[in-house]
Design a protein around this ligand. Structure first.
Ligand SMILES: [Zn+2]
Ligand SMILES: [Zn+2]
Length: 412
């Protein structure tokens, strides 16, 4: 990055920490947490830092102005020591939902990857290995679009539902934030989760992503009744995965055309029977009647559809983050180095109406003139911007900063 653009970004981050320092809140038990910071200058990570009070943490932020600031999900006896000497006392239960892990139709239009081995590049998410040279490292040029962030929000809503209904946490016990880039963070800090080991956390992950959920073990069965065979399924308001399977499959029936059902491996005759009699099916389900009220739809088809129902109801969390008991997570109300937006808290109960493109905007004043190489159309606050292609524009500070941080523009 050129030095003028780099200085502009650094100066704005510095303004932010000078003016908004009091909004930086400490994680619980601040003295037991490890902190880490990415510095602008060397792009390197400084970690194993610890602070006894929030004032010291704030002074540090104001002093060094990091591009990114993190704290550990773990509590340590000696947080400043090397990893093996820290003495872990416990770890919060944390979840990360990132648009990078959810496939959306728009990814192909706004994301690109470039192989670091041979320079081969293409649209969408990067493959496991480069198709042209086999290398595994890529430079990713992603964008944070509304559709992608909406789908991340939907997954977060499903996760919160699991935590409240299946795990019994109240909305006040669940901390939710927009990450400042492409996703959401969710954490539970209750004492009882601290001692969970990696295996236990893996169990929780599997439950939430629906690994190994077999509808036959959750109330979907075929059995003889009065000389005929009926297929019965779990009821819509059943607890746990039973109700989720019923609701997921129900939603599927409501939203799928015959062609969609055929794409799920359902025979054409069965698919049209389902579509034709969907109202009768749904009525029977609502009255807790059998699933088998339509001829031509047998147990095998219902099993297939119920698995899609499981897929629909599962929450697409990043499995690695939850099982890592030493993870560093972004500190609330600090700025994200890739966007200049802040990590913004949202109440678990009001996430539905939360607008990340409004709540995460950290700069409300001033403008800056930038030369934009390319950017898709996007919104920040109430205004829409772009698309841009090789042009010089005067933009509000937050918008210019986003483009500069995303390496899509340079200061003029
Ligand atoms: Zn390659
Ligand atoms: Zn998108």
């Amino acid at each position: 990055m050129d030095s003028v653009s780099a200085k502009f970004i650094h100066d704005r981050f510095s303004d932010y920490y000078r003016i908004n320092l009091s909004t930086i809140q400490p994680p619980s038990a601040i003295e037991k947490r490890e902190f880490g910071f990415i510095l602008f200058k060397e792009r390197m990570m400084v970690r194993h830092k610890a602070f006894r009070t929030v004032e010291r943490l704030r002074d540090f932020l104001k002093e060094i102005v990091p591009s990114d600031a993190y704290y550990s999900s773990a509590y340590y006896e000696l947080p400043e020591e090397k990893m093996e000497a820290k003495g872990r006392l416990g770890t919060d239960l944390i979840f990360d939902i990132d648009a990078d892990h959810i496939s959306t139709p728009c990814q192909k239009t706004h994301d690109r990857w470039i192989c670091r081995g041979c320079g081969h590049n293409s649209k969408g998410l990067p493959p496991e290995t480069c198709p042209s040279c086999g290398y595994e490292k890529f430079e990713e040029k992603s964008w944070m679009c509304e559709i992608c962030l909406d789908s991340a929000k939907n997954e977060t809503i499903k996760l919160i539902d699991f935590l409240m209904k299946d795990f019994g946490y109240s909305s006040e016990e669940i901390d939710v934030s927009f990450s400042g880039h492409r996703g959401y963070h969710v954490s539970v800090e209750k004492n009882e989760v601290h001692a969970l080991d990696q295996v236990a956390r893996r169990e929780i992950v599997d439950y939430i992503i629906g690994i190994g959920i077999e509808p036959e073990l959750h109330g979907l069965s075929e059995r003889p009744e009065r000389g005929t065979r009926i297929i019965a399924g779990p009821s819509l308001d059943a607890l746990g995965w039973r109700g989720r399977i019923a609701r997921g499959t129900y939603e599927l029936l409501l939203s799928s055309a015959p062609q969609d059902l055929r794409n799920m491996g359902i025979k054409p005759k069965t698919a049209s029977a389902i579509s034709k009699h969907s109202e009768r099916l749904l009525r029977s389900w609502k009255d807790e009647g059998p699933w088998s009220v339509v001829r031509d739809v047998g147990a095998e088809s219902w099993m297939k559809l119920a698995l899609y129902g499981v897929e629909k109801e599962s929450a697409k969390i990043d499995t690695v983050v939850t099982t890592d008991i030493h993870r560093l997570i972004r500190l609330e109300n600090t700025l994200h180095g890739k966007t200049g937006l802040k990590k913004a808290k949202v109440a678990a109960t009001s996430i539905e109406g939360f607008d990340p493109f409004e709540s995460a905007v950290a700069f409300k004043k001033g403008t800056a003139k930038v030369k934009i190489s390319s950017a898709p159309q996007f919104r920040l606050g109430d205004e829409s911007y772009g698309p841009y292609q090789n042009e010089t524009v005067e933009l509000p500070t937050a918008v210019a900063l986003l483009l500069l941080c995303k390496r899509r523009a340079k200061m003029v």
